[in-house]
Design a binder for this molecule. Structure first.
Ligand SMILES: N[C@@H](CCC(=O)N[C@@H](CS)C(=O)NCC(=O)O)C(=O)O
Length: 216
């Protein structure tokens, strides 16, 4: 049985949790916080979550975990069968994570964790994120799913990441930048949130977020 280590506020944790649920893979979730302790680094080299524990050992980096799960549990595939469509999925995932999420992440310290971010960083992040969102508008179809008529991996990722960088952009810039560049996103999010597993991940995230805010 797979153990998923991490916590329910993390978008990278929720990415793997949603994939496990949607693929119907049995797993247990263990509440684990990032750590720089020697023993932890042996399981996840930068001390980050998520990582999974399998019968073969531990595996970190959410995209590597996702690809492993898809190959090890092929019964319910979440990538399309067509090779080029599979590549398009990976293109969208890389774009979302490298060109939007990782950039917007620099705001989370202020948006979510009570810290502060310089005006210079905010300006730099805004320019890059806007470029990323315009790029996403080119790639995404929303007809009705992000890459067309088929629900695929990219949808699970998109829903999870929109729910993390979207509110952060709203808090820092006072406007809904996602909808500004990609108007179809609101109805798309509603469509994704009609799925029971998405609802489960969202509910767990809300509970964890409330507990985190109380503990602050
Ligand atoms: N590239 C990693 C990113 C994981 C990540 O950033 N995890 C955050 C939580 S969302 C973390 O553990 N941060 C703690 C740290 O950076 O020390 C992945 O895809 O799994």
């Amino acid at each position: 049985m797979i153990t998923l280590h991490g916590f329910a506020i993390s978008n990278y944790h929720n990415k793997i949790k949603l994939v496990l649920l949607e693929k119907g893979i049995p797993f247990r979730e263990e509440l684990t916080y990032p750590s720089q302790e020697e023993a932890f680094l042996k399981r996840s080299p930068l001390g980050k979550i998520p990582f999974i524990e399998t019968e073969h050992g531990c595996l970190s980096e959410s995209q590597a975990i996702l690809e492993y799960l898809e190959e090890a549990y092929p019964e319910k595939p979440i990538y399309p069968t067509n090779l080029f469509e599979r590549a398009r999925n990976r293109e969208l995932i890389q774009h979302l994570e490298l060109n939007i999420e990782l950039i917007a992440r620099r705001l989370y310290k202020e948006a979510y964790f009570g810290g502060s971010v310089s005006d210079e960083t905010k300006q730099e992040v805004k320019e890059k994120v806007e470029m990323g969102l315009k790029g996403l508008a080119q790639l995404a179809k929303f007809s009705p799913y992000i890459l067309g008529s088929e629900l695929t991996t990219a949808d699970f990722l998109a829903w999870v990441h929109f729910g993390t960088f979207g509110p952060a952009l709203q808090i820092i810039y006072g406007e809904d930048l996602i909808t500004k560049y990609i108007p179809a996103v609101s109805s798309y999010i509603a469509l994704m949130e009609s799925r029971p597993h998405v609802q489960k991940v969202a509910a767990d995230r809300a509970i964890a977020f409330e507990a985190f805010m109380k503990g602050k």
